[in-house]
Design a protein around this ligand. Structure first.
Ligand code: T46
Length: 136
């Protein structure tokens, strides 16, 4: 695991009729107040999304259906996370460049975010990302 990236297991409430996972903000699973929820779906097989970092946003990514790969990069090393389980989240905090790719058909990637949408929080240029990592 890279620094600022961690995997979180969710408890499943299940019985013979199916499963249910409940997530609340400010909990072990989601250690921030949830201010925004969005989901990515209808992706094409060769799509590569993300390609940015966030200055202060904290997020938990959950692959509800299908599968994809999230590549996280801290400017020195990259780690690939295989996402295919609705009971596992990927918590990303701090300056981490992320890319999402290898989407299977029917993938739904849910994201819980600590803040509303703010384009000023995005770093979309990899050179700028490296500079901010080095100089803060
Ligand atoms: C992230 C990864 C995991 C909005 O209007 N509101 C929103 O809350 C979001 C997230 C996006 N948008 C607009 C901005 C773009 O015009 O939707 C369009 C697609 O957004 P973007 O190209 O940033 O999507 P991804 O899949 O590359 O990245 C998203 C999040 O933006 C990002 O925060 O970490 O998912």
């Amino acid at each position: 695991m890279l620094q600022n990236v961690s995997s979180v297991d969710f408890s499943i409430n299940g019985d013979s009729s199916g499963s249910l996972i409940a997530l609340e903000g400010l909990s072990r699973e989601v250690p921030f107040e949830i201010k925004r929820i969005y989901y990515i779906f209808d992706t094409t097989p060769r799509a590569v999304r993300g390609k940015h970092a966030h200055r202060s946003l904290r997020q938990v990514l959950i692959c509800l259906s299908g599968s994809c790969v999230v590549v996280c990069d801290n400017g020195e090393e990259k780690t690939e996370y295989h996402m295919a389980w609705p009971d596992k989240g990927l918590l990303i905090e701090g300056l981490v460049w992320r890319e999402m790719r290898d989407f299977s058909k029917g993938t739904v990637l849910l994201v819980l975010a600590s803040e509303g949408y703010d384009e000023a929080d995005y770093i979309r240029d990899y050179g700028v990302f490296l500079k901010e990592i080095k100089h803060g």
